[in-house]
Design a protein around this ligand. Structure first.
Ligand code: NAD
Ligand code: LMR
Length: 329
């Protein structure tokens, strides 16, 4: 018997990430090739944005996706989020050349207060929320705080793009295949302060750290390359990353819903106090997932260098949180 459809809301659906994301969701890349989906698409009420959204929906129609069981356009989160099982909160202003993520804080914070309240009011009580719009961790924190009737664990932020970037850099450095690298993770904020950590990573049981054996490369090449990759793409393309961001969003939700089979991935999640990160901080952690639930990988040694890096990214998140205190009470 075929499964009943899952309702997926995507905000900013007419934007660049939306254009790389919606077709893949409708194709079954995110929730499985046997899982029908209903897309509930939100854009701002602006006539141009709504018209562009209609155009994207026409193209989705033209793909005749067998798994697409329905699709609606919205300008109000209260209707877009009705009964949804998954929310991809992408809609926000992207960073332009020369801007830091902090510059987006005030501009985008308001959006996530309104959307958090709407999720609280009308979404499924089991809704899985992924915040992509920047600054992603703090926006996810705002949405979580604005939805007191939903479990805090349902709110997550996207660190998966940083994770995938780190994987690809480590693969290039070691000459190993991405698919063979396990136990890599990224701690903290989706920003240049994130701490990508390959100390525990292995390829066929062999230590990646021993293979690389170059702390200078880690500090002076690897971490800045991964941390500043978003800015490098903006500089090269004149636009922020879109297809790789959409791909990371698909990876994040797919792994959350369908499980990682014991493998590690990275998710931005509300801390439970693990590794000294204050409870409730929306922080990138190494996790495994099973049956729709994530679990933080425990018992990892945090050496002095790592503790310093983790403290820097934590401090930035705490400053961002202080900057939006007036919005979350
Ligand atoms: P874009 O400008 O192409 O599209 C954003 C869309 O969101 C626009 O169509 C806009 O009308 C819409 N929008 C704005 N406010 C909205 C609201 N309140 N409700 C619904 N829709 C709304 O931008 P993009 O390139 O698609 O990027 C979207 C966001 O994702 C940006 O904040 C960007 O910085 C962020 N991003 C995050 C990551 C990550 O790894 N977390 C990676 C890349 C981009
Ligand atoms: C990225 O990491 O590519 C995005 O967050 C876009 C940005 O502003 O860096």
């Amino acid at each position: 018997m075929s499964k009943s459809p899952m309702r997926v809301a995507v905000t900013g659906a007419a934007g660049q990430i939306g254009y790389s994301l919606l077709f893949r969701i409708a194709n079954g890349d995110m929730l499985g090739k046997d899982q029908p989906v209903i897309l509930q698409l939100l854009e701002i009420p602006d006539e141009k944005a709504q018209k562009a959204l209609k155009g994207v929906m026409m193209e989705i129609d033209d793909c005749a996706f067998p798994l697409l069981a329905g699709m609606t356009a919205h300008s109000d989160p209260m209707t877009a989020f009705k009964d949804i099982d998954v929310a991809l909160l992408v809609g926000a202003r992207p960073r332009g050349p020369g801007m830091e993520r902090k510059d987006l804080l005030e501009a985008n914070a308001q959006i996530f207060t309104v959307q958090g309240k709407a999720l609280d009011a009308v979404a499924s009580r089991n809704v899985k929320v992924l915040v992509v719009g920047n600054p992603a961790n703090t926006n996810a924190y705002i949405a979580m705080k604005s939805a007191p009737n939903l479990p805090a664990k349902n709110f997550t932020a996207m660190l998966r793009l940083d994770h995938n970037r780190a994987l690809s850099q480590v693969a290039a450095k070691t000459g190993k295949a991405v698919a063979d690298i396990e136990k890599l993770c990224v701690w903290g904020n989706h920003s240049p302060t994130m701490y990508a950590d390959y100390r525990f990573a292995t390829v066929a049981g062999q230590s990646v750290k021993d293979m690389i054996n170059d702390q200078e490369w880690n500090k002076d090449v690897f971490l800045p390359t991964v941390g500043k990759r978003g800015a490098a793409i903006i500089e090269a393309r004149g636009l922020s990353s879109a297809a790789s961001a959409a791909n990371a969003a698909i990876d994040h939700v797919r792994d959350w819903v369908l499980g990682t089979n014991g493998k590690w991935t990275t998710m931005g999640i509300p801390s439970d106090g693990s590794y000294g990160i204050p409870e409730g901080t929306m922080f990138g952690f190494p996790v495994t997932t099973e049956n729709g639930e994530y679990t933080i990988v425990q018992g990892l040694e945090i050496d002095e260098f790592s503790r310093e890096r983790i403290n820097v990214t934590l401090k930035e998140l705490q400053e961002e949180r202080d900057g939006v205190k007036h919005l979350v009470g």
